[in-house]
Design a protein around this ligand. Structure first.
Ligand code: ADP
Ligand code: MG
Length: 278
């Protein structure tokens, strides 16, 4: 069974407003790394909040670990199963010491102190922040803060984590730190990841990509299949990977190249192959 099922979901912020999410359906398998790619205002955060039961659909349904998010008696089970990491690390850290911050959610749940200490240590180690337990969050870099925020979610032992543009405010070093931690949690701990982004290079690392535009799902497939659809990406207000655009321009100019080249290395291999034929 899928860990998340979104079926024909629409959402309106107000009765008289348009739909921020329109007739969206998809499923996520446990252990999957799914990227949700869309331009500003395309409905990504609304969708994230529908999955996390912060919003319930205006029509259609969302189930997380088999729980329908409309079931008010189980909202906390949904949030425990499906954690969320947001964009701004400064809005997510509440305590003055890192380990207290990571413990915050567990204390609210009434978890025993010994168990809290164990889980906090484990979670900080998992994000490579084990040495910073006694540090003050405001002394950390953006990437470190975001890793502490991830540790706070991990301590709750979720099966799914939704990252809503969690690298958008970070410098390239911070982005790489967070991306590496998340990829490891997915591969090694089997945590299902929904990675919301407008960065193509991040989406390229996912197992599968959903493209959303104007609240509707426009495409869904493996990164290579999505990135070769350059017209669709441009229409959705997204960048086309440079090497894919170059390959397509060279094809239009008559060179015999595949249309799904993604990286510089792949381009080099293909151009050398062409040259060796002449
Ligand atoms: P994204 O995360 O992709 O930038 P959002 O889900 O935040 O997109 O927004 C989708 C649409 O819903 C946009 O048109 C936005 O203006 C609208 N919207 C978002 N939040 C609210 C809100 N609190 N009230 C009314 N409209 C909103
Ligand atoms: Mg958003």
């Amino acid at each position: 069974m899928s860990i998340i099922a979104v079926s024909d979901v629409s959402y309106k912020y107000r009765e008289d407003a348009g739909e921020a999410v329109k007739n969206v359906s998809f499923e996520v398998e446990e252990g999957e790394f799914l990227a949700i790619l869309g331009a500003n205002g395309s409905g990504k955060s609304t969708l994230a909040k529908l999955i996390n039961a912060l919003f319930v659909p205006t029509s259609g349904s969302v189930t997380v670990c088999g729980i329908d998010t409309r079931d008010e008696s189980r909202v906390w089970d949904v949030r425990a199963a499906c954690g969320m990491v947001f964009q701004n690390p400064d809005n997510q850290l509440v305590a003055t010491i890192v380990e207290e911050d990571v413990a915050f959610g567990l204390e609210n749940l009434g978890v025993a102190p010994d168990e809290i200490r164990r889980r906090v240590t484990e979670a900080l180690d998992a994000v490579g922040m084990g040495e910073f337990g006694k540090s003050a969050p405001h002394m950390l870099s953006g990437g470190q803060k975001q890793r502490v925020a991830i540790a706070g979610v991990l301590a709750m032992k979720p099966r799914v984590i939704v990252f809503d543009e969690s690298t958008a405010m970070l410098d390239p070093v911070g982005r790489a730190e967070v991306m590496n931690v998340v990829r490891r949690l997915n591969r090694e701990a089997g945590i299902t990841v929904l990675w919301i982004t407008h960065f193509m290079d991040e989406a390229a690392q996912a197992d599968r990509i959903l493209v959303i535009d104007g609240g509707s799902l426009k495409a869904c497939g493996a990164p290579r299949d999505i990135f070769r659809q350059t017209a669709l990406l441009r229409e959705a207000g997204l960048d086309v990977p440079e090497m894919t655009a170059l390959a397509q321009a060279l094809r239009a100019g008559g060179l015999c190249l595949p249309d799904d080249i993604l990286t510089v290395d792949e381009m080099v291999v293909e151009l050398c192959r062409l040259k060796s034929k002449t």
